[in-house]
Design a binder for this molecule. Structure first.
Ligand SMILES: C[S@@+](CC[C@H](N)C(=O)[O-])C[C@H]1O[C@@H](n2cnc3c(N)ncnc32)[C@H](O)[C@@H]1O
Length: 345
C-alpha cells in the first residue's frame, strides 16, 4: 500500500497521468489530482515514520530474530562452512535460487507415491480438521492436505519458501493461507489452536541448540488443542553417523538428475550437498538428530505418547529406514493405561 501511494505520488510529481480502469478514477494535471498527490505523499511519509518507530520498538523489546536476508545471490557460509552451526542459518540457505530448484529436488509426484497416504490416513483416523503446516517449504504437504479436504494454515520462517508455496498452490487451484513464523516464536505469529501440526521434510534438523529445539517443541505443543497430534520427521541420522550414508532415493528427494549427499559429517553437523542437472550446487548445514534424543525431547515438553515409524511403516529390526516419522500425541494418558510405544529401542 505504502509503495503504491509512493509510486502514485512520484508519478503525479513527474507529470505522468494515471488512469485506473477498474476503479474508474484518474490522476491527471487537474488541481484535484495535485491535492490527492500531496495527500499521498504526506501519508507515505507518516506511514514510513510509523514503520520505522514500530521496528525500533520491536528491536528494543527483542521481539525480532536477527535480520532476515531473503534476496542474497549466493548461500553464505563465511570462510569455514563446517563451523557454521546456527539456527538462523536457514535464512541464508534458502535463497531464491535454491528455492526455485527445490521442486526439482523433491519431485512432487514421485514423493506423493513414495509417501502414500500415510499422513492423510493418520489425520483422518484422528478426526483432524484443522492442520498447521509449520515447515511449508514450497507447499507439498499443504497442497496435498488441502486437496484431501483439510483446513490448512501454512507457515514457514523463510519468505522465499512461502512465496513459492503460494505460487505452487495457485497452480493447483488453491489460495494458500500463509504466515511467516519462526518456530521459536510460533504462537506470537500464528494464533489459534490446531487439531494437528506437521513439521515434515527433515526440517527440525535446522535447529542447532537444545534450547531452540525445546522452545520450538514447546511452541508446537502450545499451538495444539488439548488432544492434538504432532507429526515430525527427520533423516535417520543414527544410520548416517554410525554406518555411513546410503539412500533408497524414493521418499523425499526423488527428483531425477539431482543428487543429495553428505559433504561432511560429525556428531554435531551433517552438511548436505545438492547438485542439480545444470551443475548448480547448494548446501544445507544440519544438526544430526538421533532418534531417541528427539523422542526424549518430545516427552519432555509434554507429549504423552510417541510412535516412531520408518519410511512410513512400522520399523522392522532388519531394515534401516532413510527417514523416521515421529507421531506425538498430546492426549493425556495415565501411567497405568500407557501402552508400549512403537519405535522404542
Ligand atoms: C528441508 S525444508 C522442508 C520443506 C518442506 N516441508 C518439504 O518437505 O519440502 C525445511 C523448511 O523448514 C523451514 N525452517 C527451518 N528452520 C526454521 C525455523 N526456525 N522456523 C521456521 N521455519 C524454519 C525452512 O525455511 C524450510 O522451508
Amino acid at each position: 500500500m505504502l509503495e503504491c501511494m509512493e509510486i502514485l505520488s512520484i508519478a503525479t510529481q513527474k507529470g505522468i497521468n494515471v488512469y485506473a480502469v477498474k476503479g474508474n478514477w484518474q490522476l491527471d494535471r487537474s488541481i484535484q489530482s495535485k491535492i490527492i498527490a500531496m495527500a499521498f505523499s504526506m501519508a507515505t511519509e507518516i506511514e514510513r515514520d510509523l514503520i520505522s518507530q514500530r521496528t525500533k520498538e520491536a528491536l528494543k523489546g527483542g521481539r525480532f530474530v536477527k535480520t532476515i536476508i531473503i534476496d542474497a545471490d549466493e548461500q553464505e557460509y563465511g570462510t569455514n562452512p563446517i563451523a557454521v552451526r546456527e539456527t538462523d542459518q536457514y535464512q541464508k540457505e534458502y535463497i531464491k535460487k535454491f528455492v526455485e530448484k527445490w521442486d526439482d529436488l523433491i519431485d512432487w509426484d514421485k514423493r506423493a507415491k513414495g509417501e502414500g497416504n500415510f499422513v492423510i490416513d493418520l489425520l483422518k483416523a484422528r478426526g483432524v480438521k484443522r492442520v498447521l503446516d509449520v515447515a511449508t517449504g514450497t507447499g507439498f504437504h499443504s497442497v496435498r492436505l488441502l486437496k484431501a479436504g483439510f483446513e490448512v494454515i501454512s507457515s514457514d520462517g523463510n519468505v522465499n519458501m512461502l512465496a513459492k508455496a503460494f505460487e505452487n498452490a495457485r497452480r493447483h487451484g488453491f489460495v494458500l493461507r500463509t504466515v511467516q513464523a519462526d518456530w521459536r516464536f510460533l504462537t506470537r505469529d500464528v494464533h489459534g489452536h490446531y487439531d494437528a501440526l506437521i513439521c515434515l521434510g527433515n526440517s527440525f534438523t535446522h535447529l542447532f541448540t537444545k534450547r531452540d529445539r525445546r522452545k520450538a517443541l514447546a511452541e508446537f505443543y502450545a499451538a495444539l488443542h488439548h488432544d492434538g497430534l504432532l507429526i515430525l520427521d527427520q533423516r535417520n541420522y543414527d544410520a548416517i553417523i554410525d554406518n555411513g550414508f546410503s539412500s533408497k532415493h524414493i521418499y523425499y528427494y526423488c527428483g531425477d538428475n539431482v543428487t543429495a549427499e553428505p559433504d561432511y559429517v560429525d556428531e554435531g553437523l551433517v552438511r548436505f550437498k545438492y547438485t542439480f542437472a545444470d551443475n548448480n550446487e547448494f548446501f544445507l548445514n544440519m544438526y544430526p538428530l538421533r532418534k531417541n534424543y528427539v523422542r526424549q525431547l518430545l516427552h519432555e515438553v509434554g507429549f504423552q505418547t510417541i510412535e516412531t515409524y520408518g519410511d512410513f511403516q512400522e520399523i522392522r529390526d532388519e531394515e534401516t529406514p532413510d527417514f523416521l516419522i515421529h507421531v506425538a500425541d498430546k492426549r493425556y494418558v495415565s501411567l497405568s493405561r500407557a501402552k508400549p510405544e512403537k519405535g522404542v529401542t
